[in-house]
Every structure is written in C-alpha cells, then in structure tokens.
Ligand binder design. Structure first.
Ligand code: FE2
Length: 366
C-alpha cells in the first residue's frame, strides 16, 4: 500500500486520573516544561489538559472533570495510559478518508477548529485496543497548542521554569497486543498507513528461562515514525506482555523511547529527580567490552547509572528503561542515545527481561 504522507509524531496524549499531578511529575522528574492548559478557566467544561514540551517532544495530559466525559470509563479499564498518538499530516481530510477507505475504524470525523489564532484540523482513527491515531494539521494555527488551550501563566503554575534533562525527540513507541495478534497489527499499519516492516524478533531472540515475547517493528516511509509491536509467546511462566495485558485491560502502549544526545547526563539528571530505572546485575558490565568493543563513554559511569549498550554493523546505542510510571505495571519509558546504530538493543533483551522478571516476581505476576 502506498504511504499516507505522515510528517512526524505531533504529540502523545495520555489519559490520566489527575492531569495536574501528572504534569508535576513529568515536569519535575522528566524535565518537561508545562506550556499550555485547557480547563474550566479556559471555558473547557468536560476535561483538563496540560501540554508539556521538551526538545521536539510534546505530551498532552488529559483528565475528565466528571463521569459524563465520554472517555471517563477508560480510567477504570486502563488506569493512566496513552490514549492517542497524534500524527502531523499536510492533509487531514485526505489522510483520514484514505485510511477509512482502507479499512480503519473512524473515531472522529475531520474537524476544522477555529479561534483567534487560526485554524486547527484534526480527525481520528482507532488503532490497537483503545489506542487511536489523530491526524493533525496546525500549519494555519499560531496558538499555544490547539483551540481551547491557553499558554500557561508561570505565576499560576509554578514560579520557576523546569530544568530540562536533555530529552530531544521520540525515537519509537511500542504497542503490546494479544498473543497471535502481532501480525494482524503489522498488516494493519502496512495496509492503513503504508508502513513497512523494519525488523522482527522471535521468541528465540527474546526469551529467558521463564518468559518469551515476539516483536516486529513497522515504520513509515521516511523512517521517522517507528512502532514496534509485541505479543507474548508461550513459555514456562507469564511474560511481561501478559502482565501488561492483564493490568492495562487489553492492548495498549507499553513504552515510549525518548532520544537524548548525552545519555549519561540525562540519566544522571533523571536519577537526581528520583526517576526509578531498572537495574541489571554488575556482571553485565564485566562482559560488556567483549561484546561491544570500544565505546566513548566511561564504563564505570555506565555501570553506576545502569545504562545498557548494544552494537551492530552501523555503530552502537545506549539505552535504559524506567520502572512503570503508575501503580499498574503498564506504561514505562526508555531513554536512548544512538551512536550510529539504528537497532533496538537486541543484545540487551535477555539482561533486561531478567530484570523485569525480578520486578514481576516481587509483584507476584511471573
Ligand atoms: Fe524500545
């Protein structure tokens, strides 16, 4: 299928129980600036929304203001999580019409919202589970974010700007789907959005003594938008994907990988802000040089911070994963720095999944 011309990920919208407090978390722990707000004070009656930015990353945090909100049940089913991955397109009507013609389920017909700052266009289709994609165009819009949103008055939010930690852009966003459904969703992205498959990992790549999963990565024509899709595979015990599906109440976004140009600096700052990361055993670092060869970073520092490294023919990459950011063992984040490698850290899968299993064992969900 031909590509629907998607320019980039415009923003990720999270539906959460308390957007005001989530904004505080992403601001003070992850270093985002809170730049716009929608809610009762801006004449939005049904929900509160906070827009957070760091580098090219935009997160929107939304909470319902009453049970009448059409999405309020989401909080019971899923807890806090990603509701929508919005995609910037030149032609919202065209992208939506073509996606629906190819079989996408429409959620919101194209709308041109207007205020004194211009015209903002949006239309939404359903993806895996209750996760959606909104096609957005803001070429003719000059406001803070979208109609209904006002720039944040720092005096009314907090009296100093956030300390950025160096997060620059979204590298990839991973979805978890049910066993046997991965290929269906890979085909969906291919058929509906014209994505192609970049790489696939089977249960031989991603298994430990106890659990296994399979993963395929799809990307758009420019390679700018990458969505790995995971499904659980049969194993002795329950995989982290099964645990996710149980606690999220179905398929959804598992993790968002955020790029930094200096992972040591970023992770040091995030740790200082009390972000909890997964730890691998010290033995991981004893074997590291043999596995990845010479790298620019100081090994002792990587070990101290718990940063993982992997290499392929094109170079190497450094990565680390947070623990889940809410009570349910669902959404977490990855911080990633690429030094040539375009890979996803296959060489780290085993150490990483064993680290996750230790956490699962503590939760009694392995
Ligand atoms: Fe990842």
């Amino acid at each position: 299928m031909s590509d629907i011309p998607l320019r980039k990920i415009d923003h990720v919208r999270f539906f959460v129980g308390n957007a005001r407090q989530s904004a505080f978390f992403y601001r003070n722990a992850f270093g985002f600036d809170v730049v716009a707000y929608a809610g009762l004070e801006t004449k939005v009656r049904h929900e509160a929304g906070y827009v957070l930015k760091q580098g090219e990353i935009t997160f929107v945090l939304t909470s319902p203001l009453s049970e009448q909100h059409p999405e309020s049940k989401r909080l019971i089913t899923h807890g806090d999580g990603v509701m929508d991955i919005a995609l910037d397109v030149a032609d919202v009507r065209g992208a939506f019409a073509e996606a629906v013609r190819r079989g996408a389920k429409p959620l919101r017909e194209p709308e041109a919202l207007e205020d004194e700052h211009g015209v903002f266009e949006a239309a939404t289709i359903l993806a895996y589970g209750d996760t959606s994609h909104t096609f957005i165009n803001r070429d003719r819009y000059r406001g803070a974010f979208a109609p209904g949103y006002k720039p944040i008055d720092p005096e009314r939010y907090q009296d100093k700007t956030a300390k950025p930690v160096g997060l620059a852009a979204i590298d990839h966003i991973v979805g978890n789907v049910e066993e046997g459904k991965m290929n269906e969703w890979v085909e969906w992205y291919s058929k509906i959005l014209g994505f192609s498959q970049l790489v696939s990992f089977d249960d031989k790549d991603i298994s430990t003594e106890y659990s296994a999963l399979m993963s395929k990565v799809v990307q758009n024509g420019t390679g700018r938008i990458k969505f790995p899709i995971n499904e659980p595979a049969k194993a002795k015990r329950r995989s982290q994907i099964d645990e996710y599906l149980q606690y999220y109440g179905g398929p959804g976004v598992q993790h968002i990988a955020l790029i930094t140009g200096d992972i040591v600096k970023t992770v040091r700052a995030m740790r200082a802000n009390d972000v909890s990361f997964l730890r691998v055993p010290k033995s991981y670092y004893d074997a590291l040089t043999d596995r990845v060869g010479t790298i620019k970073e100081d090994l002792a520092e990587l070990a101290d911070l718990g940063i993982l490294v992997d290499r392929d023919d094109e170079g190497y990459m450094l990565q680390i994963f947070t623990k889940p950011v809410a009570d349910r063992p669902t959404l977490f984040f990855e911080v990633i720095q690429r030094r040539g490698s375009k890979s996803f850290g296959k060489g780290n899968f085993k150490a990483l999944f064993e680290a996750i299993e230790r956490e699962q064992a503590i939760r009694g969900t392995l």
